[in-house]
Write a protein that binds this ligand. Structure first.
Ligand code: NIG
Ligand code: FE
Length: 409
């Protein structure tokens, strides 16, 4: 049996539990000093004081640094092809966000599976170096059966080849393709795509862009119900650009998460709370769109469990650093650093139905952890932009998948 131990951890910081933490419990972290973590195969088996270190085959010296759970990014559109800097710059000059998704769709439709795989792989490697150990990836730039399946196969290949946990989501309802009637496209999603997604086991979740001009509430309900019949967990892009009522729909359907929520209503918050829907907040999108941030404080104070994600995509947020999201949560959404860390780990894992497996450092959980050259966890949002220097090592399921090459500090 492969045994290893991380010794000389100056500060180990983690939320605890096997489900999302909401309300008051949201910001309660466990902080212990001068400890080791023992790992057997892919699992944490012991956390104990350095005064009594265990023996193990392999030892990794944390040199007094900080250890946190591997970061979980529960919302990305990381399989795409090509970039959209002109649209970005036009938006910076005052243009409104529009139909840019279709630009990426054209490029994805004419690219090969190998090209898209190579293109996305680079981003995933970089995410790993930034401490992300689990990432959700959505399809949604194919918009026809063949191209949506192509994207889902790329996601599967990334899952099989990259040393990071990849969670696949089918998001065929991301936009309506050019030249196709919306009702006809919805039929294609329900009658052609979903059966293939189900039989080829290509996704765990179904997601939809529920937004004026994209998919209205009734259309979103119909598609999400079909996703559920196909065995998928439900996610929804809710109230991102306007207050359409996506959060209420998430509550009504008992979705796993409702994401974005920049314009969430009080009724939406109440509906999510009564069905235990997790609020996945994506502050990098508000940052990149120069928009108002989601009302995180109101949601946490109302008793919701909030998770953080990047929304990494070529249109509204090209940022894939979960550390940057933690900093934005603290700086722009008035979350405490403790709440932000829980949101980027345990609660994000819960938004992927994996809170029993990862998201915290406890015996029995996967050994997914990040070692930081910092003096304490409160330096995380303070040192933002320094991630490549302070992330010293990343471990996924007991395997060292990244170790910074230069010496300490
Ligand atoms: O989450 N909301 C829909 N999808 C992305 C944007 C996609 C794009 O512009 O390419 C988002 O913001
Ligand atoms: Fe998104």
């Amino acid at each position: 049996m492969a045994q290893s131990v991380i010794v000389n951890i100056g500060q180990l910081v983690t939320p605890e539990g096997r489900q999302a933490r909401a309300g008051l419990a949201h910001g309660q972290l466990t902080v212990v000093h001068d400890v080791y973590v023992k790992i057997e195969n892919d699992t944490i088996t012991e956390i104990g004081p350095m005064s009594h270190p265990p023996t193990a085959h392999e030892t990794f010296d944390a040199q007094g640094g900080v250890v946190i759970p591997g970061l979980v990014d529960p919302h990305t559109h990381a399989v795409f092809y090509g970039t959209r800097e002109d649209e970005f710059l036009a938006r910076c000059q005052g243009e409104k966000y529009g139909k840019g998704i279709l630009t990426t769709v054209e490029r994805v439709q004419s690219a090969s599976e190998d090209q898209i795989y190579e293109f996305s792989k680079r981003f995933l490697s970089e995410m790993i170096r930034l401490g992300t150990t689990t990432v959700e990836i959505k399809s949604g730039y194919g918009l026809n059966t063949e191209s949506e399946l192509k994207l889902l196969r790329v996601i599967k290949r990334l899952q099989e080849t990259m040393p990071i946990e990849v969670v696949p989501t089918f998001c065929g309802a991301h936009a309506v393709p050019a030249g196709v009637e919306k009702s006809q496209y919805i039929r294609e999603i329900i009658e052609e795509m979903l059966p293939r997604v189900q039989t080829e086991k290509l996704a765990e979740f179904g997601d939809i862009f529920c937004e004026r001009g994209f998919f209205e509430l009734d259309e979103s309900r119909e598609i999400l119900q079909a996703c559920r019949r196909a065995g998928l967990g439900l996610k929804i892009h809710a109230d991102e650009l306007s207050p359409l009522g996506g959060a209420e729909l998430a509550g009504e359907l008992g979705a796993t998460s409702a994401d974005h929520l920049l314009h969430v209503s009080e009724r939406g918050i109440a509906a999510m709370k009564s069905s235990g829907v997790i609020a996945v907040l994506l502050p990098g999108t508000a940052f990149s769109l120069n928009a108002e941030y989601a009302p995180a404080r109101r949601m946490i104070d109302a008793g919701l469990a909030v998770a953080l994600g990047t929304d990494f995509n070529p249109g509204t947020c090209l940022i894939y650093s979960m550390f940057f999201m933690i900093a934005l949560a603290v700086l722009k959404m008035r979350m405490t650093i403790e709440e932000a860390l829980t949101a980027a780990t345990l609660n994000a894992a819960a938004a992927l139905r994996r809170a029993h497996l990862t998201g915290s450092l406890e015996p029995g959980k996967h050994a997914d952890l990040v070692l930081l050259d910092l003096e304490n966890y409160k330096q995380i949002p303070y040192f933002i932009g320094h991630e490549r220097r302070f992330v010293r090592a990343v471990i996924v399921r007991g395997r060292l998948v990244y170790e910074r090459s230069e010496g300490r500090r």
